[in-house]
Design a protein. Structure first.
Length: 315
């Protein structure tokens, strides 16, 4: 498969953070036959505006439909679809499990030769929430399917097109005079630059990595409060970073969830933040031939790129 730029690459769930960044980097390497399937119309529209020469189609991957025709001539599937946030458990089941079953069936039916599955570091965490539990079940479903594929487990990612996580935090920080931090704020994170992660996916494709589970963690351990301070530095925001009691922070999130069906940060995600998980750091730069980008440089690229930092996706 090495550097075969005629490969037809299909990205289910490709209008989100990883997919949008992956398209940028695939095109920069000369790949042009790219298909993105997603049910988020606004984010598909954003993708089409930035990348007008690729195929980007609306598709509810939890329902059989016309989208399945793209698997007939596919060379590579990168499975990206995922429900990340929200308070409705059935949405997680539908978008993380039902969709995966249909995609795996389409891969088998059409004998697609190569799959890369994007799992998550949370499958090995102590967290107990809708996202974690359905991502565990999703990974098990892929491994039990009998389809050989590399399984990549990234930690918290950030980068261009980040509608949640650090991207949302940076925009929120610019709007408020005070930025609250739960408790002491010393919750160790291992943030992963999505640009590095996309280059790992491309390395899998070009080197034909057939199987294995890879924990792709950020190579720097950074406390949550220091992440926020780095965002403040990079954006020049005037907000005062202030610690507040964790219980008060929880109550504010709970009230927010009463009025917002798809809140940017939930009480379950607060639990995951404070779970104090530490994930394995493997030598992925050597395994995949992808150097890691230092955190401060990655934040600078994420928030101040003249082209892609201006594109904001919807939730």
């Amino acid at each position: 498969m090495v550097s075969n730029h005629s490969l037809r690459i299909v990205l289910p769930g490709g209008a989100g953070l990883v997919g949008q960044n992956l398209v940028v980097r695939l095109k920069a390497k000369g790949y042009a036959n790219i298909v993105v399937l997603d049910k988020h119309r606004a984010n598909l529209a954003a993708l089409k505006q930035v990348q007008p020469d690729i195929t980007a189609e609306y598709a509810d991957l939890a329902e059989p439909g016309d989208w399945q025709r793209h698997f007939e001539s596919a060379d590579v599937i990168v499975m990206l679809q995922a429900q990340i946030g929200g308070n409705d458990y059935q949405e997680f089941v539908r978008n993380n499990l039902v969709s995966t079953r249909l995609i795996l069936d389409a891969i088998k039916t059409n004998k697609v030769p190569y799959l890369v599955h994007i799992s998550s570091s949370v499958v090995a965490s102590a967290a107990d929430d809708f996202y974690t539990n359905t991502k565990r079940d999703q990974e098990d479903m892929v491994l039990e399917s009998g389809i050989p594929c590399p399984v990549l487990r990234p930690t918290l990612m950030f980068g261009w097109f980040d509608r949640k996580h650090l991207g949302w935090l940076s925009r929120f920080m610019k709007k408020v005079p005070v930025f609250p931090i739960p408790g002491h704020g010393r919750y160790m994170r291992q943030p992963l630059y999505v640009g590095d992660f996309c280059n790992i996916i491309i390395s899998c494709i070009e080197n034909g990595i057939a199987d294995g589970i890879y924990n792709i963690s950020g190579h720097e351990k950074v406390d949550y409060i220091d992440i926020i301070r780095e965002i403040k530095r990079a954006t020049g925001a005037a907000a005062l970073v202030t610690r507040i009691p964790s219980r008060l922070f929880y109550a504010l999130l709970w009230m927010w969830g009463l009025f917002d069906k798809n809140p940017p940060f939930t009480t379950q995600q607060l639990g995951a933040l404070t779970a104090q998980d530490e994930f394995e750091v493997i030598d992925w730069p050597d395994i995949f031939g992808v150097p890691y980008t230092p955190f401060a440089k990655a934040i600078e690229e994420t928030l101040n790129d003249p082209t892609y930092s201006k594109v904001v996706l919807e939730f």
